[in-house]
Design a protein around this ligand. Structure first.
Ligand code: MRU
Length: 356
């Protein structure tokens, strides 16, 4: 399987996804400033991968530093995590991972039995746990989603899935969320075909998902974003499965720009629409999607592809990186590591179920 993040013996490397699919080049990351840069420039991207790289970036820098006191360690790590959260504003996984580390820091600060070095080691271990757990959660998402979709297929048929953006190994610690569901369907011999969108303007679908599907020999076809409605009308699509960058209390979901229009088309064509995500993508502090900050990317990412201009270079552009799909369009359900449930059940499920 492809690896977006390599972490061994407290050394961190990220695959430079700006160079895919033409070359697989890893870049070493040794400190928090470099971590911020690889996230901001989208060398690493995808909500779970961003969170993993952020906390591992803190871990590798911590590993090389000594601190005079636990208070100093607390202040430095808190400041680093706050700084990293300024890299990309829409995905919530980084904030949830940062909060997990800050809570641990607060507890350790009060524990008189712990030395400053014990505290440092414990924080590094927590970052490593977040990374390790991500892959386990993805496997569970894949299994729950595949079982659910298979149960809803007519007897004897296999699933044809439409997906958008990149949600696979390249966007996570491995296996993937929506692409994890597709992978599990394929491994069970229940996948007929996958259609993946190109995902303009940044082409995560064409450059990354198509690359991953071919790498893993999953039967698949690439389409342009503008072909979705025609595909739904002319071919059999069993379900749409996409990932998420932030799901708020009422189920409204921020995901890659273009997700909303696919959900509108799916509703019209009566095709179930699912969102697959780890619980760390949920933000219960916001009531509805109107409050989600939507990142706008520079025009150059729309007017050029890998240095080649596609439009008049001084043309005005509007380039939001994400849109919000209203909960009512998420007709299939929410697929998480805890199971599959209806979007209306989200708040109850997340706030009452114990964290695993
Ligand atoms: O701008 P990106 O490439 O970071 O956006 C990625 C997406 O929108 C993904 O669909 C989302 O993060 C889910 S990743 C498992």
């Amino acid at each position: 399987m492809l690896e977006a993040i390599k972490y061994n013996n407290r050394k961190l490397e990220v695959l430079d996804q700006l160079k895919l699919p033409h070359s697989c080049t890893y870049q070493g990351v040794t400190n928090v400033t470099q971590t911020w840069e690889v996230i901001r420039s989208m060398k690493v991207r995808g909500a779970p991968a961003i969170a993993n790289v952020a906390v591992l970036g803190v871990a590798v820098e911590l590993n090389e530093k000594d601190f005079n006191s636990k208070e100093q360690l607390y202040e430095v790590v808190k400041e680093q995590l706050e700084y990293l959260q300024t890299s990309r504003p829409t995905a919530i996984n980084l904030r949830n991972a940062a909060n997990r580390i800050i809570s641990l820091l607060s507890v350790q600060l009060q524990d008189n039995k712990l030395s400053v070095n014990d505290m440092k080691e414990r924080i590094i271990k927590e970052a490593e746990d977040i990374f390790r757990e991500c892959k386990m959660k993805n496997l569970a998402i894949g299994e729950h989603g595949a079982s659910h979709i298979i149960n809803h297929l007519s007897t004897g048929s296999q699933a044809t899935i439409l997906t958008h953006c990149n949600t696979g190994s390249l966007a996570t610690a491995g296996y993937g969320t929506a692409l994890g569901v597709i992978r599990s369907l394929h491994l069970r011999g229940m996948l007929a075909h996958v259609y993946c969108t190109e995902t303009r303007p940044y082409n995560q679908g064409a450059r990354l998902t198509a690359f991953e599907l071919m790498h893993d020999k999953i039967p698949s076809t690439l389409i342009c974003d503008s072909m979705v409605a025609a595909l739904m009308k002319s071919k059999e699509v069993s379900a749409v499965v996409v990932g998420a960058d932030r799901v708020v209390a009422n189920g409204d979901t921020a995901n890659k720009i273009g997700t909303y229009q696919i959900a509108v088309c799916a509703k019209y064509h009566k095709i179930p629409f699912y969102v697959a995500l780890p619980v760390s993508t949920v933000d219960l502090s916001l009531r509805d999607g109107g409050a989600i900050p939507i990142e706008e990317r520079p025009s150059v990412e729309m007017t050029y592809i890998q240095g080649v201009p596609l439009a008049p270079t001084d043309m005005n552009c509007w380039n939001p990186a994400f849109d919000v799909t209203p909960a009512e369009l998420i007709t299939g359900g929410i697929i998480t590591e805890r199971g599959v449930f209806k979007v209306q059940e989200l708040e109850k499920k997340i706030s009452t179920d114990k964290e695993d």
